[in-house]
Design a protein around this ligand. Structure first.
Ligand code: FPP
Ligand code: MG
Length: 409
């Protein structure tokens, strides 16, 4: 394979007409580093269905009607672009309003830096303000700002802005959570998270610009529900609060199942699903029993795929004492199988991810044959397949995990 370069990636990523919307890709992280060269990516039927938009025709009265994906995103082809691709799901989508996502992120981070209570909340590690400052000083455009652009690509401008805002809360507070004990997190709850829970009254007048900006973002999210008549916005707020209320991890896991159930919450997958629903402006019931098996497999895939991409970064941070916990499937597999090397554990974990993706394909074929889902449920499935490929894509092309050595020239 020809080596990836900024030029080759740009040319290969999207169609000529879509290139003007491309969020530039400047990094390429080969996190498997050849240790799984004996593994082949599975050939999944779902790729054909994504390409032919079959899922978008399912559940309708006349299933020849094509319901298109939104005009707010473009198709992305990571394999054609020469990126070191690690998933059986071959295509992604990218939101067109990535500049708005960057601007909104920068705006909120600047307010976190300036905020007095954010400066005061810290114990051993960095304060909330220092975490925000670090993000601003580092290469913001190449970091976690990319997540909503590839995970929730279908959103219109206003929903994109709101997704960017709450993504800042998720990443800033999560970084703090990883560095501090649960008691220290209580202040984050009191100052900020409590403002996001329902039932806030006028006696909780904002005492800083940041607090009023948070109040306004929450209000604007609720306003989208009011206009659309669904509850996608409120569910997203509730899932964000649930994420900030999760317990610390157990000291060890008796099996992979116990780890995965903890990690689903720790990787904020219920929140990610509610953001997908919000981006689609959908009224789908995410907890529908008809979708349960698919959603369970999706949660496993997102958790395990992120653990592979972020393994080296997380292991280093833990060994250097920068984080309190190492919550990663590679570490769990190494421990459960008593493997000798990290390399063996990474390879086994990658095989596990491909196994999960194969089961997703089987479940989708079963759902197609059964033909019992609504068109809203199928539209949600179509979008969540891009959540899985989008999270892999972001892990490969961010500087967050691979660092400067992965910069393309
Ligand atoms: C973080 O996990 C990222 C993912 C699991 C990918 C998709 C999720 C989001 C974009 C929203 C949730 C974000 C967080 C921070 C949980 P992680 O906690 O292992 O963080 P890292 O791998 O980026 O360090
Ligand atoms: Mg991770």
């Amino acid at each position: 394979m020809t080596k990836a370069s900024v030029y080759r990636v740009k040319e290969g990523l999207s169609s000529t007409t879509d290139q003007e919307y491309q969020f530039p890709v400047n990094y390429s992280y080969d996190y498997l580093n050849g240790c799984t060269s004996y593994l082949m990516l599975p050939s999944l039927n779902l790729n054909d269905h994504l390409q032919s938009k079959r899922f978008l025709r399912m559940g309708t009265l006349d299933n020849r009607d094509i319901i298109n994906r939104s005009d707010h995103a473009i198709d992305i082809h990571p394999i054609r672009a020469g990126l070191p691709w690690t998933s059986g799901i071959q295509t992604c989508r990218q939101n067109k309003y990535w500049r708005l996502t960057i601007d909104t992120t920068r705006f909120f981070l600047e307010h976190f830096v300036a905020d007095e209570s954010a400066q005061q909340i810290f114990k051993s590690g960095l304060s909330i303000s220092q975490i925000a400052r670090k993000e601003l000083l580092e290469n913001l455009d190449e970091g976690w700002v990319k997540y909503p652009v590839y995970l929730f690509p279908e959103s219109d401008r206003e929903r994109t802005r709101l997704l960017a805002a709450i993504n800042v809360f998720i990443f800033v507070f999560d970084e703090f959570w990883e560095m501090h004990d649960i008691d220290s997190f209580t202040s984050v709850h009191a100052e900020f998270v409590s403002r996001m829970t329902s039932g806030i009254t006028s006696s909780d007048e904002p005492k800083s610009t940041l607090q009023s900006l948070i109040d306004q973002a929450i209000l604007d999210i609720r306003k989208t529900d009011f206009v659309s008549g669904n509850t996608a916005g409120q569910e997203m707020i509730d899932m964000m609060v649930r994420f900030f209320s999760r317990p610390p991890p157990p000291t060890e896991y008796k099996d992979m199942e116990e780890f995965l159930l903890y990690r689903h919450e720790d990787a904020a997958v219920p929140y990610v699903l509610s953001c997908t629903k919000f981006a689609l402006n959908s009224s789908v019931d995410i907890d529908s029993p008809r979708l349960a098996r698919y959603i369970r497999l999706l949660k496993d895939q997102v958790s395990v795929a992120n653990d592979l991409g972020s393994w080296e970064k997380e292991k280093q941070a833990y060994l250097l004492g920068k984080t309190l916990y190492l919550i990663n499937a590679v570490d769990v597999i190494k421990d459960l199988f008593k493997l000798q090397t990290d390399q063996a554990a990474v390879a086994m974990t990658q095989a596990f991810q491909l196994q999960i993706e194969t089961e997703i394909d089987i479940e989708l074929e079963r759902l197609i044959a059964e033909d019992a889902l609504t068109s809203e449920e199928w539209r949600f499935i179509d979008a969540t397949l891009h959540v899985m490929s989008g999270s892999v894509f972001a892990a490969i092309i961010m500087s967050r995990y691979g660092g400067e050595r992965c910069r393309l020239t």
